[in-house]
Design a protein around this ligand. Structure first.
Ligand code: DUC
Ligand code: ZN
Ligand code: ZN
Ligand code: ZN
Length: 487
């Protein structure tokens, strides 16, 4: 046969194009598109189905210890298996530095964890919590050249947060070295102050998490992060956005031509703060940061998904088991401050967006492809190897049955979390066949992928990280005073 695999009669949809035709795959890559004459060692008839680029999930936590020291429930096997079942063929988890650690060592440790277990391809973002001279001067520039071209920083969480001063250091470095900075934008002191008084007065249940993480804390930090980026003319991406005013702030920044990118997640279209309002500690299962808000905020998120304010729709999969060593730390009748923050979403990210977005007419399939795959690959330097259906690209594909009806039950999912925040929800449309580098890894509900068969991806320095060349006027003036360039 001319090809390893040929998919026939597909309705092929990418971020830019739609076409009816065949996809021929050889040696893990797409070899031909259109009317393919040669035969395949294997052929799949995709009549009546959509073939989309395999999902790229650029915000996931796998085998990571949280700022509070709690270990994720998913390792690189269960995490990547769960991703594959949900139509995702590339993940970009974090290699997380905790203070005092060498970033180089952190990266080695994550590779040791991922290499023997991952079943789909992966890259890494770095989490920078300790920007020492060694980290800024040596480790980060070298790591960026080695293919780790994005890093996340936190404006909140005692153990992880960086100061505004440190943010400027990190942004200036990213600008100079060609990396993209991702920011968790919430005002730390507002949250701490509210939380302190809530706990002080005995309000310790999970539902108060959604009160302590006030909307204005996200709005303020988003605005401040953008201001810091403006000072030094560094592009930036705000992760997991949930809130109306913050979304508007990003929209305005972009309207002014700034390179501010934005991400939102399933929990902000499918959950609300009321989900945390459950008896006893049950609400912990819906706890994430920022917290889901209300239906008005959900509508604002949809508007942003539609109008392009959001570039990427990621899961922020942060899997913690309920009780056993997870969300509710053992033996503790806890306050909401000790809960692990995060919800699972790797497997349901795309089905939720398809069902709630495409099926309802809120977004079209091109936008779905962009939000679920293409824009992730572009923003993080993996395009066009990942994120599209084109000759020469990796054959990472998801064949979607738009009619398939699924009722979410955690028991049918493949993560190791033990519950789903979306239990009982009806979903229309499902990725029934998933292909990673030409290998059919999921078909008819069955997995066929060996542990360790996923490959590490080095990220290029993305166009998204190129500065505009317009720092704040005062910075431009410093040169005229003979000040040495700051980046
Ligand atoms: N931030 C994340 O990115 N994930 C989980 C929790 C959080 O605060
Ligand atoms: Zn975060
Ligand atoms: Zn007090
Ligand atoms: Zn996260």
């Amino acid at each position: 046969p001319a090809y390893d695999l040929v998919i026939r009669n597909a309705r092929i949809v990418t971020a830019e194009h739609a076409a009816e035709g065949d996809i021929a795959i050889k040696d893990g890559a797409i070899a031909a598109l259109g009317r393919v004459a040669g035969d395949g060692a294997r052929e799949i008839d995709a009549a009546g189905k959509f073939v989309l680029p395999g999902g790229v999930d650029s915000h996931v936590h796998v085998e990571q210890r949280s700022g509070m020291g709690i270990m994720c429930a998913d390792d690189f096997y269960t995490g990547t298996v769960s991703a594959a079942y949900g139509g995702t063929t590339t993940i970009i988890p974090f290699a997380a530095q905790h203070r005092g650690m060498s970033l180089r060592k952190v990266v080695q440790d994550y590779h040791e964890a991922a290499t023997p277990k991952a079943v789909i391809d992966y890259a890494f973002h770095l989490i920078v919590s300790d920007p020492t001279e060694q980290v800024l001067g040596q480790e980060l520039p070298a790591l960026i050249r080695d293919g780790y071209t994005s890093f996340k920083i936190y404006m909140t969480y005692e153990a992880l947060k960086v100061s505004d001063y440190q943010m400027l250091d990190i942004l200036a470095l990213a600008r100079r070295e060609g990396a993209l900075v991702m920011v968790h934008a919430e005002n730390h002191d507002m949250i701490q102050w509210l939380a302190h008084h809530l706990v002080d007065q005995g309000h310790v249940a999970p539902r108060y998490h959604a009160i302590a993480h006030a909307r204005v804390a996200e709005a303020e930090a988003t605005n401040r992060a953008i201001a810091l980026a403006r000072l030094v003319d560094a592009p930036m991406l705000i992760v997991h956005m949930s809130e109306i005013e913050a979304i508007d702030t990003v929209r305005q920044a972009r309207a002014r031509g700034l390179k501010i990118f934005a991400e939102t997640c399933p929990q902000y279209i499918a959950l609300t703060g009321d989900d945390l309002d459950k008896p006893d500690v049950q609400g912990a299962m819906w706890c994430c940061s920022p917290p889901p808000r209300d239906s008005a905020a959900q509508e604002a998120v949809w508007a942003g998904l539609k109008d392009g304010t959001f570039d990427v729709f990621s899961s922020d999969h942060a899997p913690y088991q309920f009780n056993e060593g997870g969300k509710i730390p053992k033996g503790l009748t806890t306050t909401f401050k000790e809960m692990a923050n995060g919800v699972p979403g790797l497997e349901l990210r795309l089905p939720l967006l398809f069902s709630e977005g495409v099926q309802t007419g809120r977004i079209d399939l091109h936008r779905f492809a962009a939000l679920s795959s293409t824009n992730h690959a572009r923003l993080y330097g993996l395009y066009p190897r990942k994120g599209t259906i084109a000759v020469g690209s990796d054959a990472d594909l998801a064949i979607w049955d738009p009619q398939r009806q699924v009722t979410v039950r955690w028991a049918d999912l493949h993560d190791n979390v033990g519950y789903s925040p979306y239990e009982g929800r009806q979903i229309t449309g499902w990725p029934t066949t998933v292909i990673s580098r030409g290998r059919v890894v999921v078909e008819n509900g069955k997995l066929d992928a060996a542990r360790g068969s996923g490959r590490f991806l080095r990220c290029e320095s993305p166009d998204a990280s190129r500065p505009l060349g317009k720092p704040a006027p005062e910075m431009a003036k410093m040169g005229a005073f003979g000040v040495r360039p700051l980046f």
